[in-house]
Design a binder for this molecule. Structure first.
Ligand code: NAP
Length: 256
């Protein structure tokens, strides 16, 4: 068993947005297990974020919880400062936080559009910009965007989310192209159906679950931990020649 001192990310500093629950939590714990120092971002659930920090510290790691709404650009500096001033650098940014307001196209409102785009796209773009300004000075860095299979295949009655996630794939490619010469890689991980607070209630409905399972060749819904391996690869030196890529972690969902 590897100790933290031998981890592939020993001494690296990472921000994970939306790390208090679900996929973000698993990613934060996974990065910390590899030796990274963590800024655990959350929107409103401070107790959940504190629990993640405690779990990381109990395993011998280092982490701090920082509240910030990534959809509010004025709050980004809090996250950057926690890495830069608290840990001395920023090596990895995982843009995981996202919101979705399921509504049909005919019911969709400008409020839903604005909030989804602010958090899922504009927030990612400008937080990445703030992070990249530090990374360019360091001449290294990894930005990893958590998208969704719905960046490639639309979810019914969730068009704004689909559009935001598709935009995230082009955001990834565009930033990858501009930042490559600075030694920074920007990549995307797109999960399929994963059991989290966001999906738990719907997946508890046997009819809905059966419909979802029928679309997954692996015949199971993923767990947050299923997403961690792809992120660890894209956060480590093993991926230094991978740039602008989107890696689908979906049990084969997009195959059919
Ligand atoms: P989740 O369980 O609902 O957790 C959401 C996390 O994001 C929480 O930590 C929450 O903080 C935080 N958050 C929400 N709005 C935020 C904001 N404005 N600023 C900062 N943090 C915010 O979500 P999830 O299912 O793990 O999804 C994580 C990512 O995976 C998202 O990008 C999602 O689109 C993507 N994804 C999920 C699935 C799936 O099946 N679950 C599939 C494909 C893609 P609080 O705890 O403070 O509320």
């Amino acid at each position: 068993m590897k100790t933290k001192d031998e981890g592939s990310l020993k001494g690296r500093v990472a921000i994970v947005t939306g790390a208090s629950r679900g996929i973000g939590r698993a990613i934060a714990v996974g990065l910390a297990r590899e030796g990274a120092f963590l800024v655990v971002n959350y929107a409103s659930k401070a107790a959940a974020a504190d629990e993640v920090v405690s779990e990381i510290r109990a395993a011998g790691g280092n982490a701090v919880a920082v509240q910030a709404d990534v959809g509010d650009l004025a709050q980004h500096e809090r996250l950057i400062a926690a890495a830069r001033d608290g840990f001395g650098q920023l090596d990895i940014l995982v843009n995981n936080a996202a919101v979705t307001k399921r509504e049909t196209f005919l019911e969709a409102t400008t409020d839903g559009w604005d909030r989804t785009m602010d958090v899922d796209l504009k927030g990612v773009y400008f937080l990445s910009q703030a992070a990249a300004r530090l990374m360019v000075a360091q001449k290294s860095g990894k930005i990893i965007n958590i998208s969704s299979v719905h960046d490639a295949r639309p979810m019914l009655a969730n068009s704004i989310y689909n559009i935001a996630k598709a935009g995230l794939v082009m955001l990834t490619k565009s930033l990858a192209l501009e930042l490559a010469e600075s030694g920074i890689q920007v990549n995307c991980v797109s999960p399929g159906a994963i059991l989290t607070d966001e999906t738990r209630d719907r997946l508890a409905d046997p009819a809905y679950r059966a419909k979802v399972l029928a679309k997954i060749p692996a015949r199971r819904v993923g767990e947050p931990d299923d997403v961690v391996g792809a992120v660890l690869l894209l956060a480590s030196a093993a991926s230094n020649y991978i740039n602008g890529a989107t890696l689908y972690v979906d049990g084969g969902m997009l195959l059919q």
